[in-house]
Design a protein around this ligand. Structure first.
Ligand SMILES: [Zn+2]
Length: 422
């Protein structure tokens, strides 16, 4: 089988090692079959296509850790526009476009964080069959939350059989049934909303009771599904981790004690600070007198210290935020990395690791992708320049010379390859 060789690459393999220059990466079929440096590089053979990557970086495809591919670039001033502005047919077509945008932005895999009309599940099928292009999808169906929960926003008089994003259930029995319904639909991830906050209306300290959270985790794990929880306060995070939740979305109040617990239970965290960085007013507590930009600056200053400490303790962070609103359109996903580097002071190499290796590990796919190693799927990017020196490069798909998924070029802006003579 003809192979594709990338030579003279600056290799950022996603394992956390600094980039290595003069690397050769060989792709055959859907997989990476060899990686070498300098004199140890594999030699091109007759019939191979050989691309010279001088001045470019080759890195793993990224993982969108908190994807809402069905969100129709909603109006953030009207949360019901997430799921009620368009009929399901319209939403499905838009979601297919969103999936392709996400892939072209360098995200070759995505972990769902809630989708309306089981659209994630449909996208997963259609991308696998090659009908549409999109990331490899870990599907997530409806949000599970109780009556009067943060996103229970449909007034009772709307009771006309509308089936929106949240599935409103109360008590462990109903919660179990809701989780099993999502599992039956073929979802891989179950999203629960134990409380509001982080851009979602806050209606009391907690929305879900401990027995409801435990019931959700139990029912999900029985079916081999991962559970992700939208939580912000320390008692809520601790409760979720102790109940067996696998992924904490937002987790604003993380501190050293929470970090130690998270490491002990192998729980992944998504700080998800992109939307807050560009639209602070959506995150201001009700009645706050401090200007939103000042409030967010204080929050980020404190988050920088707490997240850095949590990473030292061993917490694994993953990138992902609420892309799919009018101010955070699908395809802008790569801009999030710069927030952690420029505003929170993280090492770009660490943050790239969150977006690649950690993302794959969070969805238990680290044996398949997330790093550039022989045997892994050829899900990779070629970036013009060095994203470790300039993290903003990953925020603009114009800098992605190649997006490759399973050995197939999705984007290829490289010069015509030198074909090795027969
Ligand atoms: Zn979300």
């Amino acid at each position: 089988m003809a192979r594709v060789l990338f030579i003279n690459a600056r290799l950022l393999d996603g394992t956390g090692k600094p980039p290595v220059s003069s690397s050769t990466i060989v792709v055959e079929g859907e997989r990476i079959v060899a990686v070498g440096q300098g004199g140890d590089s594999p030699e091109p053979a007759s019939g191979d296509s050989c691309y010279d990557l001088s001045g470019k970086t080759l890195m793993p495809g990224m993982v969108a850790g908190h994807a809402h591919l069905s969100y129709p670039d909603f109006d953030p001033d009207d949360l019901n526009s997430i799921d009620m502005a368009y009929p399901p047919t319209h939403m499905a077509v838009i979601a297919a476009r969103n999936a392709e945008r996400t892939l072209r932005a360098g995200f070759t895999a995505a972990a769902g964080a809630g989708s309306v009309h089981q659209i994630d599940r449909m996208l997963k099928d259609l991308t696998r069959k090659g009908v549409i292009q999109g990331p490899r999808i870990m599907a997530c169906g409806q949000d599970i939350m109780p009556t009067a929960g943060g996103m229970d926003l449909k007034p009772a008089w709307w009771g006309m059989g509308l089936n929106g994003l949240p599935l409103i259930v109360d008590g462990p029995i109903e919660v179990r049934k809701a989780v099993r319904l999502q599992a039956k639909e073929g979802n891989d991830l179950i999203k629960i909303y134990p409380q509001g906050g982080h851009g979602v209306p806050v209606r009391g300290a907690m929305d879900m009771r401990p027995d409801e959270i435990e019931a959700a985790v139990e029912a999900a794990h029985d079916k081999g599904k991962l559970v992700r929880a939208h939580v912000v306060t320390k008692p809520a995070i601790v409760l979720c981790i102790k109940a067996g939740v696998d992924i904490i979305d937002h987790g604003n109040a993380i501190d050293d004690e929470v970090a130690e617990l998270a490491v002990k239970h192998n729980v992944f965290f998504l700080p998800s600070l992109y939307m807050a960085s560009i639209a602070p007013h959506y995150y201001a507590p009700r009645g706050d007198t401090m200007p939103p930009a000042e409030r967010i600056a204080l929050w980020f200053e404190s988050a920088a210290k707490r997240l850095a400490s949590a990473q030292r303790i061993g917490v694994k962070f993953v990138v992902g935020d609420d892309f799919g609103s009018s101010i955070t359109p699908h395809g802008d996903n790569g801009k999030e990395l710069a927030v952690y580097v420029r505003r929170l002071g993280f090492d770009p190499l660490d943050v790239i690791g969150w977006a690649t290796r950690n993302g794959a590990e969070m969805i238990r796919k680290e044996h398949e992708f997330g790093t550039i190693e022989a045997g892994k799927l050829a899900d990779l990017l070629v970036v013009d320049g060095d994203p470790v020196a300039d993290i903003d490069l990953l925020g603009d798909l114009a800098n992605l010379a190649v997006v490759m998924q399973g050995g197939r070029f999705i984007t290829n802006r490289l010069a015509v390859p030198g074909a090795v003579a027969q």
